[in-house]
Design a protein. Structure first.
Length: 93
């Protein structure tokens, strides 16, 4: 059995960016910040922020297009990784 499921809760770092795919399907890109916190060896709080690029399609993209920087959102979906070559060109996997 295989499971590829992601649930993220965080804040948007920028306004939603909306366009259409080559096939005319609405596409919205979100920049989502999530944060991990822990106590270090000195008993003080440390944290690290991770940034996630979220792609939304179709009706979800149309809804997400109205989201603004600082919006608190919960995202469910699946994880997809991409290979980037030395020139910054991406290729989906």
């Amino acid at each position: 059995m295989y499971v590829n499921s992601v649930f993220l809760v965080g804040f948007l770092g920028s306004d939603a960016k909306t366009r259409e795919t080559r096939d005319g399907v609405p596409l919205t890109i979100l920049s989502l910040a999530t944060k991990r916190s822990w106590k270090n060896n000195q008993g003080e709080w440390d944290s690290h922020t991770d940034w996630h690029s979220i792609s939304c399609f179709g009706a979800v993209a149309q809804f997400a297009s109205s989201l603004k920087r600082g919006s608190h959102v919960a995202i469910t979906g699946y994880l997809r990784s991409r290979e980037i070559d030395g020139d910054g060109n991406g290729r989906g996997k």
